[in-house]
Design a protein around this ligand. Sequence first.
Ligand code: HEC
Ligand code: HEC
Length: 192
Amino acid sequence: MNLGFLRLITVLGMLFYFSGSTAGEWGKDIKRIVIPFGLTANQLPDPQSKGAALLASYCGQCHNLPSPKMHSTGDWPMRFEKMMDHAMLMARASPGVKIPADKEKKELVSYLEKNGFRELPANSPLRGEPQIFNVLWHCSVCHAVPDPDQFPAKEWGNIVDRMNIYRKKQGREEMSNADRKEVINFLAKKRQ
Ligand code: HEC
Ligand code: HEC
């Protein structure tokens, strides 16, 4: 993850944590953290499912609802644990914070895993291709590098353009045309 973004999030997290604990009133000060590109409950994948309902109820306590597609299946369990650490910490100062029961935790993690994307395995030979640097640079500030195999080649142009809009919304430099082409070529290239 990019250092600037990490720093920003840490600062936001600290502001949030300390404001919550000094005010001592959970309800009033929540939702100060804004996850870029958050969703409303009915935009979640499979919105009627138990997993979506749990996400809306627990994950919406501190910020807007993150898309479960925003992280890879492999990264979600660790991301989830980090959120539970935040929740345990905040629950000490603000008893109003709801912590999911063990069974609900399992359901949440499997919902997140099910809807996350597949990341490029650490030992993939694709990691040895020179273009990977450009992909890491432009994509891994927000999440893991996706495995190119999981989407048809012709989809990658649209996906990369959508990600470029997120970059812009987050105040990051947009990808140049040359970078955009190289990243799409890397993701859409047929390999046997
Ligand atoms: C007790 C408060 C709290 C709860 C509950 C909470 N979060 Fe967070 N979340 C945070 C804080 C603080 C940050 C910013 C610091 C960080 O990234 O750890 C954050 C940031 C995030 C981010 C952006 C950073 C990243 O990893 O991409 C995502 C995604 C996220 N949360 C997902 C979730 C999900 C999914 C849940 C429910 C399972 C959840 N959060 C529940 C406090 C919370
Ligand atoms: C500024 C943050 C950000 C950056 C940078 C970013 N992404 Fe994403 N990515 C997201 C978010 C948010 C989602 C979930 C919402 C969505 O799919 O539109 C996501 C989801 C995805 C998904 C899953 C889509 C699905 O339908 O399951 C893929 C694949 C992906 N990104 C690829 C990339 C690639 C390739 C790059 C680099 C060119 C990249 N991302 C850069 C934020 C980012």
